[in-house]
Design a protein around this ligand. Structure first.
Ligand code: FES
Ligand code: FES
Length: 161
């Protein structure tokens, strides 16, 4: 550990975490390597692919573009915690049912990004869905099934309130 190490305290999935970290450690590396939360993936490490998507203070961010040190005092939520909370249950079921995942590498980030859109309410158009997930790359599915899954959940949520 270098002499410039930082002490940070934050909440991760509702639990308080206090760690000493290298100043240049990214948030996603901190989550994966220090805390063992490997549901957030690392793809491009340049903010392009969306595999590392997590929530910080309620807003989705690229975990590879944010430093862990910037999250001192923040509320961080990962796919593990958000999924355990049940917020994504219908989306996860729809992704499975519609074959919206194959290797699954993009899926955690895709689910968080989809949830962000659906939280705005209503039934977005397919173009809006495509636009919203355009920062999350999927190498397997061709996106059609992902848009189908998100659209079906939006329709179900609108129906059931
Ligand atoms: S790994 Fe962060 S956007 Fe690709
Ligand atoms: S399911 Fe493989 S990258 Fe999306």
């Amino acid at each position: 550990m270098s002499v410039e190490a930082h002490d940070i305290t934050l909440t991760v999935n509702g639990e308080t975490v206090a760690e000493t970290i290298e100043p240049r450690m990214t948030l996603v590396d901190f989550l994966r390597d220090t805390l063992g939360l490997t549901g957030s993936h690392v793809g491009c490490e340049h903010g392009v692919c969306g595999a590392c998507t997590v929530r910080v203070n309620g807003v989705i961010v690229r975990g590879c573009l944010m430093l862990a040190a910037q999250c001192d005092g923040a509320k961080v939520e990962t796919i593990e915690g958000i999924s355990d909370s049940g917020q994504l249950a219908d989306l996860q079921t729809a992704f499975e049912r519609r074959n919206a995942l194959q290797c699954g590498f993009c899926t955690p980030g895709m689910l968080l990004t989809a949830q962000e859109l659906l939280a705005t309410g209503g039934v977005p158009s397919r173009d809006t869905i495509r636009e919203h997930i355009s920062g999350n790359y999927c190498r397997c599915t061709g996106y059609h099934a992902i848009v189908d899954a998100i659209e079906s959940v939006a329709q179900d949520r609108a129906r059931t309130g």
